[in-house]
Design a protein around this ligand. Sequence first.
Ligand SMILES: Nc1nc2c(c(=O)[nH]1)N[C@H]1C(S)=C(S)[C@@H](COP(=O)(O)OP(=O)(O)OC[C@H]3O[C@@H](n4cnc5c(=O)[nH]c(N)nc54)[C@H](O)[C@@H]3O)O[C@H]1N2
Ligand SMILES: Nc1nc2c(c(=O)[nH]1)N[C@H]1C(S)=C(S)[C@@H](COP(=O)(O)OP(=O)(O)OC[C@H]3O[C@@H](n4cnc5c(=O)[nH]c(N)nc54)[C@H](O)[C@@H]3O)O[C@H]1N2
Ligand code: SF4
Ligand SMILES: [Mo]
Length: 708
Amino acid sequence: MNEIIQDGVFFGGCPHDCPDTCSMLFEVRDGVLQSVRGNPDHPMTRGGLCVKLKDYEKRHYHPDRILYPMRRIGPKGSKQFQRITWDEALNEIVARWKAIIAEYGPQAIIPYSYLGHQGLVHGLNGGDAFFNKLGATVCERTFCGEGSCTAWLLTVGPTAGLDPESYIHSKYIVIWACNSVSTNLHHWAIVRDAQKNGAKVVVIDAYASRTAKAADWHICPKPGTDGALAMALINSIIEQGLADRDYVEKYTVGFEELRERARTCTPEWAEPITGVAAADIRKLAYELATEQPAAIRMGVALERHYGGGQTIRAVTCIPALTGAWRHVGGGVTQFPVWEHPYKFDVICRPDLIPQGTRVVNNLQIGRALTGEIPLDPPIMSMMCWNSNPVTQAPETDKIVAGLMREDLFLVSAEHFISDTASYADIVLPASMGAEMEDMILSWGHLYLTYNAKCADSPGEAIPNNEIFRRLAARFGFEEENFKWTDSECLEHYVDWNSPACEGIDLDYLRRHGYARLKVGTPDDRAPHKEGNFPTPTGKCHFLVEGAKNFVAPPFRQMYEDFQPGEDIDPLPNYVGPRESHANDPELAKRFPLNIVSPKSHGFLNSCYANMEQKLQGQGEQFVMINQRDADVRGIVNGDRVQVANSRGAFKAVARITDDVKFGVVVATLGYWRQLNDGTVNSISSAAFTDMGHAPSFSDNLVEVTRAN
Ligand SMILES: Nc1nc2c(c(=O)[nH]1)N[C@H]1C(S)=C(S)[C@@H](COP(=O)(O)OP(=O)(O)OC[C@H]3O[C@@H](n4cnc5c(=O)[nH]c(N)nc54)[C@H](O)[C@@H]3O)O[C@H]1N2
Ligand SMILES: Nc1nc2c(c(=O)[nH]1)N[C@H]1C(S)=C(S)[C@@H](COP(=O)(O)OP(=O)(O)OC[C@H]3O[C@@H](n4cnc5c(=O)[nH]c(N)nc54)[C@H](O)[C@@H]3O)O[C@H]1N2
Ligand code: SF4
Ligand SMILES: [Mo]
């Protein structure tokens, strides 16, 4: 470990919304970031950064970076702005908000943010505390993993589960709906090492992703049918007599009920639903139960259809059924974030939310802004930072219609004139990674990660937290948290006295850049070897009684549930997609193709999709289509095509390939609308899945036609 930072080299943490949360080394001269490297000492980063971040300094000094506060001077969306001073900008915001509050009340204002910066200070904080104190509408953030979180908590409780680093000890690895090579590169390196040591790597993905191609076995279910596959695995494990009866008896609840529920879910039942051969399902069940330690890495895409929550419930049950938890390297990984000792109540201050404040969900912001969801008072102002809903949220045509409203006052704090910032009335320049102190939250490993402020912000950019400090001061907010410096925030935001932080403090992090939490080592951690699930019974719950749907922390604020949700089926089950040939044949006649819209290899959500070198690497917006589907539509490779359904359309270049099966098309996420003719979220739906108000990006039927 580096005990002393070299002169001019500082510890950084990648601030992007990525499970790897790499520890970086920033090389700085005269306040200017010269280059970045992966920290060679960090056990996950291992000295390497991904293609997006390896020249991070170019993003810091990109010619399009926003350097000054600006006011809109042209029509909405025209991107015509004029430089103003910080005082002018903040005074105008405060004046407009005070007028809105006087006329409509504070709930006519809504914040909109996500993990565009994943820091405790500049990502999660400030904004929430400020808007809670203001009495604004609470924005419920369920972009990513919320259905998964609900299902996980119901089944095994807030455990970090299987440590991603322990996969080096696994003999059988199932990567389920996760494209690790692109989206979790540093975990993939561990999986590959295990593979070299003889582990078998199975990837379950709706198309032949980069990761699926590198697997020993690619299982390719139809999108949204993984729940049927999981139920058939449960059936087959039990029928083949492979359940670990001793583990089940001691450490689980509801085995008999689960067995009964899965009784009819035979591999033969699942074959026509999933498109996976019954023999393959049986074989997977056999290997998963007998090749121990067996590990399952669940990707967020598992939640992305109507039955996503139930699917994750079913998959999460499997390692308890087989007893895989007995072994180091056995079990299932969701988000290790559950054992990180962050004080979300101090960070977000949900106690400041006035009682009865309404909640609007971030995926449904288009419906809320256009009045499709009736709101009294209507939303008259939105402030957006750390997120870009116009490309990332579903039903983007509605979002754009809402942002075009002449009476909506939009404030955007950004690095670039993103597709959302394009519609802003006031644009605020935000600082970037190396320009501000923070600790970066990780949802993909068990390390705390420090980021030094070591470079100057260009122009007049200031960190997010400073924006909210200044706004709070103008509103006269007296709570001490609005006055803390960024360093003081870090002292308050982490439970430094928790057992997980034994021997670690901020000073230690400043000297080392990162620290592994004291939650066992990757070589000895078997957290549920003897049960010890953090559930009310201490057991894994195949059966949960009396549960209602809820939106789990940590990515939404830790407020109490506002509306009690619908009843949740006490047992896992297969709940198919809404938009499918089986469920809605009429719809499927008009829109016969199932679209999947995963992450782009070369972008980080919509970040980098405006940078030329990254666009060159990633290629222009495309849609992957099977030869048979292309032939019946008269499409040849390289044609410009339109992908459409009743929600909207986008144009892309057709890539004809066997990597997608008949009936499935794939278009990756992140392309900018202002540089393209629509994007993949023009066609996706803002309907929630069964749990956690999660998005249904993979529950989506479209038609593809040649565009002229
Ligand atoms: N179709 C489809 N849609 C999806 C998904 C999918 O798989 N398919 N995935 C979903 C998922 S998993 C997620 S997490 C969401 C992500 O959705 P978003 O969080 O909206 O993703 P980004 O495009 O990264 O937007 C982050 C924005 O914050 C800005 N930003 C970054 N750092 C800072 C900062 O320090 N300060 C300020 N003020 N701004 C900053 C960036 O410039 C960028 O414009 O998208 C979801 N949308
Ligand atoms: N390069 C890159 N890395 C990223 C991001 C990025 O934008 N770019 N975004 C970051 C974020 S916010 C997140 S949440 C993570 C997400 O990372 P992942 O969990 O990998 O999520 P996705 O890329 O959305 O989808 C993963 C895979 O699931 C498959 N899939 C989609 N629907 C289904 C289905 O119904 N069944 C099955 N079996 N497979 C399905 C897709 O084909 C895809 O290959 O990545 C992070 N890392
Ligand atoms: S985007 Fe992910 S893989 Fe790339 S540097 Fe950041 S944390 Fe590491
Ligand atoms: Mo995400």
